[in-house]
Write a protein that binds this ligand. Structure first.
Ligand SMILES: Cc1ncc(C[n+]2csc(CCOP(=O)(O)OP(=O)(O)O)c2C)c(N)n1
Length: 499
């Protein structure tokens, strides 16, 4: 059997039936082994291929494979691989490498991928012989699916897929179970603190969504009469926004704002999220905090009490130990009043269409207003976690490949990083709608007191979208245009709304 065939067989065994990529000469030898029942999803830019794989991961919660073109493809995609690292996305990034025996000569396209990718992947490996190929793939798979999840890079020299491996060298994909259950002393420690607390807040993060723990979390919050918040730099909305205990998103800007909101409570449980991951870390958040996460890389950084274990297991464990506590705290809703702004009116108008949509948002100025003004279900809103613009369009296309209805809502600035993603949405016939809020520039940056024309790049995204095959228009009458956008859930449409 050839290495290329054996690699695809391994993928098949773990349920991977698709590859995302943008190919070059160094990948073709591998790709020619792709079985007929595999899908190759082409992106017109390397980073978009990674973003699409991330989106597909979010829709399926299964690790995905990206195939990148040697040095140019890898370096072009680095921002997106970094995003996968920060958002804890399981990816295997296969990078085509020059011929294994010629690496010492450093021909064109060659690169030291292990060095280049340092800091943006969990690990990187180069396959040095045909005997290492399957072992490396299995190791990368296991590593990418061990908390904290993340991307693992494999450098695959282009001659290796055609090499033969014999019977003894073939390996089937082994079963892999990882368990981070919560032990008794950790739950008893929290129980003791909970019993002594008068007012409790729970800050829910992306892991609540990843571990599907929302229902259990709400039961726990109700029993504790705790207020619910979402973590500051929210990447997956983990709650139901109509829950009366939900007080709103914590500020992603200033640590001092987070502190101000949370100092009303005498115990804060941070469940599966990052509390001080804010744009301006102006103060240390020193409160009575206990953080529970499956991510030891997050836990070790914090100065407060931390428990590294599966957050869902923790919630169930704590809930089962709780005595029937009297409801001492009033759950009055302290959510701010709705902002008044024409775009907020658009959000309110959209509300009725969104029940069956998953939203990918990249609207720096309007992000909080969106969260406050549309009804959100657990895992119905995704946002990048690293700060990388261009992610929402790419990831939403990947997500929609799984058959779901997706709405990407992006700023004009954000749109211009990855408009080519729309080509893939058209090519693979996905159910996808896009709203571009065009305020003709970088409004979220221009408000910081700098006046400069380079903060106002003005473009017409709807014209670009038309070139990629989207039905697109600029809005003249918001009510009718939203109706037009959502009325036919098969066609891909883009609506540009000028502010
Ligand atoms: C890849 C990348 N480059 C640059 C930035 C810095 N940045 C943050 S917000 C922003 C402007 C985004 O414009 P737009 O999407 O129109 O939103 P607005 O600021 O107008 O609300 C930029 C350039 C970034 N976050 N990511």
């Amino acid at each position: 059997m050839k290495v290329g065939d054996a690699l695809f067989k391994l993928m098949n065994e773990i349920g991977i039936k698709q590859i995302f990529g943008n190919p070059g000469t160094t990948e073709l030898n591998f790709l020619k082994h792709m079985p007929k029942d595999f899908n190759y999803y082409l992106a017109l830019q390397d980073g978009i291929a990674v973003g699409m794989a991330e989106g597909y991961y979010l829709a399926t919660r299964k690790p995905q494979v990206v195939n990148l073109h040697s040095s140019p493809g890898l370096t072009n995609a680095m921002g997106f691989i970094y995003e996968a690292l920060v958002s804890r996305t399981s990816l295997i990034v296969l990078v085509g490498q020059q011929y294994s025996e010629k690496l010492i000569d450093e021909p064109v396209l060659y690169g030291d991928f292990i060095k280049i990718s340092q800091g943006i992947v969990k690990s990187a490996y180069e396959i040095r012989s045909e005997k290492e190929a399957l072992k490396t793939f299995i190791r990368a798979y296991k590593e990418s699916t061990t908390p904290p999840y993340g991307p693992v890079l494999i450098s695959l020299p282009q001659d290796i897929p055609d090499m033969e491996i014999n019977e003894e060298e073939k390996i089937n994909m082994p079963k892999y179970f990882v368990s981070t259950t919560c032990d008794k002393p950790s739950i008893e420690f929290v129980l003791d603190k909970v019993k002594r607390a008068n007012s409790i807040a729970i800050v829910a993060g992306y892991e609540v969504s990843i571990f599907n723990a929302y229902d259990k979390l709400v039961k726990l919050a109700e029993k504790l009469n705790a207020s619910l918040y979402t973590e500051p730099y929210l990447s997956v909305f983990p709650l139901d926004s109509s829950n009366p205990l939900f007080k709103g998103p914590l500020s992603r800007y200033k640590a001092s704002d987070v502190l101000k909101e949370l100092e009303k409570y005498d115990l804060i449980l941070v469940i599966g999220g990052w509390l001080n991951y804010v744009v301006f870390p102006d103060v240390d958040i020193r409160l009575n905090i206990i953080e529970v996460t499956s991510d030891f890389k997050e836990g070790i950084k914090r100065q407060w009490d931390t428990i590294v274990c599966n957050p869902k297991d923790f919630i169930i464990g704590l809930y089962n130990k709780l005595y029937e506590s009297p409801n001492t705290i009033k759950s009055e809703n302290i959510r701010q009043e709705l902002d008044s702004d024409p775009i907020v009116d658009v959000f309110k108008e959209m509300k009725s269409y969104l029940a069956k949509y998953t939203i990918f948002a990249e609207i720096p100025t309007y992000r909080d207003a969106l969260i406050k003004n549309v009804a959100l279900r657990p895992s119905s809103l995704y946002i990048m976690r690293s700060g990388l613009l261009g992610w929402a369009l790419s990831a939403s296309v990947g997500y929609s490949l799984n058959g779901d209805n997706v709405l990407a809502i992006v700023g004009d600035g954000s749109f211009n990083y990855t408009p080519q993603a729309l080509w893939s949405a058209v090519k693979y016939n996905t159910k996808m709608k896009v709203i571009v809020i065009n305020n003709q520039g970088y409004a979220s940056l221009s408000k910081h007191g700098i006046e400069a024309d380079w903060l106002f790049p003005s473009t017409s995204p709807w014209k670009v979208a038309s070139a990629y095959g989207f039905e697109a228009r600029e809005s003249r009458d918001i009510k009718n245009d939203l109706k037009w956008l959502f009325e036919d859930n098969k066609r891909r449409k883009l609506l540009e709304i000028r502010v």
